[in-house]
Write a protein that binds this ligand. Structure first.
Ligand code: IPM
Ligand code: MG
Length: 341
């Protein structure tokens, strides 16, 4: 198969981890006789330095014309104090919106090889932990009306959380289809005891669940979900939630595995175009030292091959190679036993 992949290395550890993931892509290309045509473009802080903005129209166009996008990470100290609308993170949000990547898939898998680095007790991790957070990615408070105004000489800031029925339904369907395919249960996470947008969220999720009678379904408040992820994570199959709750809960979930450096993600649209990136950030404190864990990015490539290109064997080969590397005790510093650091 011939595929065009846009590579956005980004900032901080981005270039280092993406370079490792490209080695994996090249290996798959050879082993399975595919042709991966890689294109590179500026993004994030690197784009601010060159073009004054984190995401240019040119990069958007290249992304739209690609079969998928591989992203490292964006942001860093250097761009922390610039105007909000020009920050590297705003480029990421704009790219998600422009590519209509409304479904963010964030798997949490416990690796028994790394059990020593999980902060959870063995009585919790000895049960199978393998769940997926399906995070709505192009709506909610991230994209609602934002403003800071001055009333009677004092500043007041607003961020509005808005959801339409259609936006909730389309992410709900992604989650239920995934639950059906993977034979997992669904927990819909909201704050329906307080928020209007969550009441609508719950109403729509309950309605969808009527069409998926074979999928076990329950609702959970987000504060309770934050607690249950730590105290009883093996209960979860698919967790579907709105944008900001998903942002927070997926960072929390990632530490179960022992390191956020292990957690990949896929952001999907209604076509096969997707964007794949580790869930961790640009880690400017360790950038340039070549010590960052590339596994999250390599596993993001595995997700790309499976979800955008339908290359199941290729994807599995990458997952198995990662497991083998762990079995053979290859470790970056974030997943090293304390006495070996
Ligand atoms: C993530 C990140 C982004 C988000 C930031 C960098 C804007 O935290 O992908 O989880 O909040 O979505
Ligand atoms: Mg986040």
């Amino acid at each position: 198969m011939k595929k065009n992949i846009l590579i956005l290395k980004g900032d901080g550890v981005g270039p280092e981890i993406v370079d490792e993931a490209i080695k994996v892509l090249k290996k798959v290309e050879k082993k399975f006789s595919h042709e991966f045509n890689l294109t590179y473009a500026d993004f994030g802080g690197a784009s601010i330095d060159k073009h004054g903005i984190p995401l240019t129209d040119e990069t958007i166009q290249i992304a739209l014309n690609s079969d998928s996008v591989l992203l490292g990470a964006v942001g860093g100290y250097k761009w922390e104090n610039i105007e909000q609308s020009k920050r590297p993170e705003m480029g990421l949000l704009k790219l998600r919106k422009e590519l209509n990547l409304y479904a963010n898939i964030r798997p949490t898998k416990f690796y028994s090889q790394l059990s020593y680095s999980s902060p959870l007790k063995e009585s919790i991790t000895s049960k199978k932990i393998d769940f997926v957070i399906v995070r709505e990615l192009t709506g909610g408070i991230y994209f609602g009306k934002k403003e800071t105004e001055i009333i009677d000489g004092k500043k007041i800031a607003h961020d509005v959380m808005t959801y339409s029925e259609d936006e909730i339904r389309r992410i709900g369907i992604v989650a239920f289809e995934m639950a059906l395919k993977l034979n997992k249960n669904i927990t819909s996470v909201d704050k329906a005891n307080v928020l209007h947008s969550s009441k609508l969220w719950r109403e729509v999720m309950e309605d969808i669940s009527k069409s998926y009678k074979s999928v076990p379904f329950n609702n959970m408040f987000v504060d309770n979900a934050a607690m249950q992820i730590i105290s009883n994570p093996s209960q979860f199959g698919i967790m579907v939630t709105e944008n900001m709750f998903g942002d927070i809960l997926s960072d929390e979930a990632s530490v179960i595995t022992g390191s956020i450096g292990m957690a990949p993600s896929a952001s999907l649209s209604s076509t096969t175009l997707g964007m794949y990136e580790p869930i961790h950030g640009s880690a400017p404190d360790i950038a340039g030292k070549n010590i960052a864990n590339p596994i999250a990015t390599i596993m993001s490539v595995a997700m790309m091959l499976k979800l955008s290109f339908g290359m199941n064997d290729e994807s599995l080969a990458i997952e198995n190679a990662v497991l083998k590397a762990l079995d053979n005790n290859y470790r970056t510093v974030d997943i090293m036993p304390k006495d070996e650091k």
